[in-house]
Design a protein around this ligand. Structure first.
Ligand SMILES: Nc1ncnc2c1ncn2[C@@H]1O[C@H](COP(=O)(O)OP(=O)(O)OP(=O)(O)O)[C@@H](O)[C@H]1O
Length: 644
């Protein structure tokens, strides 16, 4: 066999194979490097021992610094190795040329100089996250052709460095909080441009490029004016203002400025008052996040003594903290107790960051900082919480307390000991640490979840809509192996953009057509969850970014259609011969729940009846026998035929 090796354009080698080392050692090193070359382009750092593949060491550091500001568990896991190919969203060809991190729930800030080392970057998209701070400086990214930062929380000015990018074809900055004027964009390369839904001000510059885009590119910026929008610029906007110097206008201008100044002072006073509380939470929780990595690695909690919030709390009048409202009336602890408790971040979900806090009495509670809510008045929020608090069912995670201030909305839940269903199902596979998850407990989970959703559906009113986000990380398992559903009652208060992009129900087949979610979309999510339970496969609804995750409803339908039903079940279940009848019954039910036509799906009360009719086999009679080749599992055993 002849191998043709094309030299990659960006390869640096610095091999330090000692001359006196045995030949065989040198040969094996060279062989490994050769394999790496064939696999990808290699860059060996000139000044360090690490080998980075696909990108330079400087680029790797730049991305790691970016990741540090993001606090995103998924990226923390994905961006680790020295081979760029393993880094989610990063495109490399010896240099980093693309970065795509859309809709990843990133909450964080990017430094102005964050992209200085990514000098070969050609495309970048961070759309639909919650990134805040000022726009970065792009002066070191001359190859940038497409930039999409839409749907974030960037504020401040549009970076003037963007004007000098002569290859820029597409610039999407809509749905941020950008302020100030639009810079003088006139590069001929620019074909797509959108700055709508910001707080930009002043006349749109009169360049042929900016004038060539439709007015929708500029929509919803209250103080932007001039063509191509239909808003006329007043005498104080832009150039015209300076030429108009009549005494009346000057007086008006002075009055305006004075008024603005007073307003600003008032706003600042108000802001500082609110900020005090916000800062306390940030100090308490976010700072821990930053220092947490090491502690987590060692399995330690962060001692509360490292929290500077104790000092600030002492200097702050208590009434400013607001009060936790306890669902059962009697205050069990105070907001101050939460702030002095040691805390651990559990992750960032659709509704905000979740922390486990250990109170002084040794009890753990779960604190959820809500974000991306619809604009709600205090009364609206409080009323909604009362409705959630009234939902009491043994299979729902109990809400203990809640808190409202302008900047901070908190939910405090009971801590559920044994973690979530996702980790129970998928954690530790292939390692000696895994305790098998057998049929009995899985059936109990299917029952518990069905009962919880049925209960919620029976209590629906105009405020409490279906669960909307039923997935395995929202099912918790307590010390008695009981399943408890969390995150209920929040769908109707979360902002529409977030719901549409991230909530499970919005991925149902009917949402794609009718744009509606209903009780039947919960039934569909339940079907998918049961399939995850039965197959042990990761559902794309639980982890959309996992490339091994599958759309379980379609996957199971295909298995039934193509007659490989026997391969559906998780091998951990297949050892239980006595369970097979029940497993098939549950699978049939899940297939019906996943029917593409919502009306054909059963109601939750029907689901509960059917799941409860499945008998848990007597453990003593379970023969631990491998059934993976059992031919009795054919498509004939699947009587439910899904609609195509
Ligand atoms: N009451 C609780 N007890 C123990 N762990 C919890 C509790 N509530 C949430 N968790 C865990 O905290 C982590 C973060 O939860 P969170 O709800 O913020 O995110 P999520 O469930 O991954 O996503 P989503 O917001 O879409 O529901 C998850 O692993 C979840 O299982």
């Amino acid at each position: 066999m002849m191998l043709l090796v094309h030299s990659p354009p960006f390869v640096h080698f610095q091999c330090q194979v000692g001359k006196n080392k045995a030949n065989i050692m040198g040969f094996s090193k060279i062989f490994i490097l050769l394999v790496l070359v064939l696999h990808n382009y290699i860059v060996v750092a000139q000044d360090g021992p690490e080998i980075t593949i696909g990108f330079t060491e400087g680029e790797r550091y730049a991305l790691l610094a970016l990741k540090d500001g993001f606090h995103n568990a998924f990226l923390d896991e994905s961006w680790q190795s020295f081979d760029c190919i393993n880094w989610y969203g990063v495109k490399c060809n010896g240099r980093v040329v693309g970065l795509t991190l859309d809709s990843l729930d990133i909450v964080g800030e990017i430094k102005l100089d964050a992209l200085f080392n990514l000098t070969a970057l050609s495309t970048m998209s961070l759309r639909n996250n919650s990134i805040f701070g000022q726009l970065m400086d792009f002066s070191k990214n001359p190859d940038l052709t497409r930039l999409d930062l839409s749907g974030n929380k960037f504020d401040g000015l549009i970076s003037p460095s963007l004007v000098n990018l002569v290859l820029l074809e597409s610039l999407q900055l809509q749905e941020n909080r950008l302020t100030g004027p639009i810079p003088w964009f006139d590069q001929s390369s620019l074909k797509e441009f959108n700055v709508s839904n910001n707080n930009l001000t002043g006349p749109i510059p009169n360049t042929s490029k900016l004038q060539s885009f439709s007015s929708s590119s500029y929509d919803h910026n209250s103080f932007l004016c001039g063509p191509p929008t239909s808003t006329k610029c007043g005498p104080t906007s832009g150039d015209d203002a300076s030429s108009n110097k009549s005494p009346v206008n000057s007086t008006l201008l002075i009055i305006n400025i004075l008024g603005l100044f007073i307003l600003l002072v008032l706003l600042m006073l108000l802001y500082r008052k609110n900020k005090q509380l916000n800062q306390k939470f940030n100090e308490k929780f976010e700072k821990k996040n930053v220092t947490q990595e090491d502690d987590e690695e060692q399995g330690h909690e962060i001692p509360s003594s490292v929290v500077p919030s104790r000092v600030s709390q002492a200097t702050m009048p208590k009434q400013d903290l607001g009060k936790l409202v306890f669902v059962d009336g009697e205050p069990e602890f105070e907001l101050g107790d939460l702030m002095t408790a040691s805390a651990q971040s559990l992750g960032t979900g659709n509704f905000g960051n979740t922390y486990s806090a250990r109170l002084d009495d040794g009890r753990n509670v779960i604190v959820k900082r809500l974000r991306d809510l619809k604009p709600l008045s205090r009364d609206e929020f409080m009323n909604h919480m009362k409705i959630i608090a009234a939902q009491k069912h043994p299979n729902l995670v109990p809400l203990l307390a809640y808190f409202y201030s302008n900047d901070e909305k908190l939910l405090v839940h009971k801590f559920i000991m044994s973690g979530n269903l996702f980790n129970r199902l998928h954690g530790g596979r292939g390692t000696g640490d895994r305790i098998p998850f057998r049929w009995g407990p899985r059936l109990a989970v299917a029952r518990g979840v069905a009962r919880a959703i049925e209960y919620l559906h029976n209590n629906l009113n105009t405020t409490l809509v279906p669960h909307g986000n039923l997935k395995s990380s929202n099912v918790l398992i307590d010390e008695n192996n009981m399943a408890l559903v969390s995150d209920y009652g929040l769908t109707s208060i979360i902002s529409n953009t977030v719901s549409v992009h991230r909530m499970v129900s919005f991925k149902s087949p009917e949402f794609l057509i009718s744009k509606k979610v209903s009780k039947k979309s919960d039934v569909w999510s339940y079907g998918s969850l049961v399939m995850e339970l039965l197959t042990g496969r990761v559902s794309v609804l639980s982890v959309p970014q996992d490339n091994k995750a599958v759309d379980l409803c379609s996957w199971v339908h295909r298995a039934v259609r193509e007659e490989w039903t026997a391969e559906i079940f998780d091998l951990e279940l297949m050892v239980q011969r006595s369970a097979i009848h029940g497993m098939l019954k549950l699978l049939q039910l899940a297939v019906r729940c996943c029917d593409k036509v919502p009306e054909k799906r059963p109601d939750m009360s029907e689901v509960v009846k059917e799941v409860e009719s499945i008998k848990v086999p007597n453990i003593d009679s379970e023969s631990e026998e491998d059934l993976s080749l059992d031919r009795s599992l054919t498509d004939d055993s699947m009587s439910a035929t899904p609609s195509r």
